[in-house]
Design a binder for this molecule. Sequence first.
Ligand code: SF4
Length: 219
Amino acid sequence: MKLIVARTNISEVYARIAAQSPPHHFEFSDPFWVLITTILSHRTKDQVTDVASRNLFVAYGDCNGLAEADVSEVKSMISKVGFSSVKAGRVVEAARLVRDRFNGSVPRTLEELTTIPGVGRKTANVVLSDSLGVPAIAVDTHVQRISRRMGFSNSDDPAVTEQRLRRIVPYDLWIGFNPTLVEFGKKICRPVGPKCGDCNVSEFCEYFHSRNRKAYRKR
Ligand code: SF4
């Protein structure tokens, strides 16, 4: 596949995507609660994640409170999120590690964040960029899919796509890049049935052009 999005176009593509799909912001900006919210958010609707995070925040307040929580109680508070049993244990363990290993402060490096069980590159990059102001690009399923379709990346490996995006996306756009593309992926560039006819950036999109070429050849 030929990459048609030149480096100079990325800012324009991003501006159009952001205009069409303003990002959803979770309720918290505090790094610890962004960490917990991001762990809860995997395969869960935003509204459900928001309610579950709020429940935990109201009940436990900070990492000290959540570190002492009973896991089954936590599970009942987050029962509507996907994989709630696993996540209940994960958030309590994350709270204990933040309290005991990192002196109550969420670490500011990818290497340290990914020592917390359940925190992979994607979650770590979300925490870094969305709550700590450290420029990072989180590649989740939406960013990966859109990057492949647009021609930002030729790889199905999120780690490779992340490296590619780090090279072509201007540094000042890294913060906010993930939530903006996530919303675009939910509303327009959906996994099944992308709304290409409504899309603000179809002229830059490999997938759109290749489908049109195929349709033209069939005539
Ligand atoms: S043209 Fe279609 S496939 Fe390409 S980015 Fe837009 S919605 Fe996604």
